[in-house]
Design a protein around this ligand. Structure first.
Ligand code: SAH
Length: 218
């Protein structure tokens, strides 16, 4: 393999990402001062595991007075979002090619205004439960970086993952303000809904979409 393959990978996505003005490649240096990146004092919201970015790009476009960060672990996936951004720049959006487990290194206490999790990886094996983005371990991380009255929104078609996510709440400070097992038929919750790539794919197969909005109201 591997020299050639690795080289191709580097010139393909890693290098592009390193050189892109839309990607923050040194996020630890901005801990506590993300507003410097955006050049204003507007609130900052994040999608963790954004994939190709359809949701966060539309959300940012609709809300120019909020700043957004799209976080995606894999450069090959993030590249798709970058390509879209080059076609149509969204000024209040930046990307991070990082792993969510390091969130505390990138954001100060209470620095974020809202967190979105969409179609997070299910990690079906019990011993991998901690890796699930709505796990109690991740909820503790979010508790640190999200402002006190901040909310987390989570959508998935994976009923097992959603049931797990709901069960986890009882073990944490978080509780559900709103919850549905069929978002697209819930008149109130579907209002203003922005479809993600996975949501389009799985709902077109007939899968109902589950969603909760949680906060620390206990
Ligand atoms: N939100 C998109 C993609 C869902 S797939 C959509 O709804 O269409 C889940 C994505 O989360 C994948 O792209 C995966 O690489 C990313 N991801 C999983 N774990 C992550 C982590 N710990 N940190 C950052 N991204 C992660």
């Amino acid at each position: 393999m591997c020299k050639q393959m690795r080289l191709r990978n580097i010139t393909g996505s890693d290098e592009t990402i390193k050189n892109s003005k839309y990607v923050v490649t040194n996020p630890t240096e901005y801990k506590g001062k993300w507003n410097e990146i955006f050049g204003n004092e507007n609130p900052v919201q994040i999608e963790i595991g954004m994939g190709k970015g359809q949701f966060i790009m539309e959300l940012a476009d609709r809300n120019p007075n909020i700043n957004y960060i799209g976080m995606e672990k894999y450069s090959s996936v993030l590249l798709r979002a970058l390509q879209k951004m080059e076609q149509k720049e969204v000024p209040n959006l930046r990307f991070l090619c990082e792993d969510a487990k390091l969130l505390k290194e990138y954001f100060a206490e209470g620095e974020l205004d809202q967190i979105y999790l969409n179609f997070s990886d299910p990690w079906p094996k019990d011993r991998h439960a901690k890796r699930r983005l709505p796990s109690k371990e991740f909820l503790a991380l979010y508790d640190h970086i999200l402002r006190k009255d901040g909310k987390i929104e989570f959508k998935t078609d994976n009923r097992l993952l959603f049931d797990f996510a709901v069960e986890q709440l009882a073990l944490t400070k978080w509780s559900a303000e709103k919850l549905t097992y069929d978002l697209h038929h819930d008149q109130e919750m579907v209002e203003g809904n922005i479809m993600t790539e996975y949501e389009e794919k799985f709902s077109s197969k007939g899968n109902p979409i589950c969603k909760y909005i949680i906060s620390r109201t206990k």
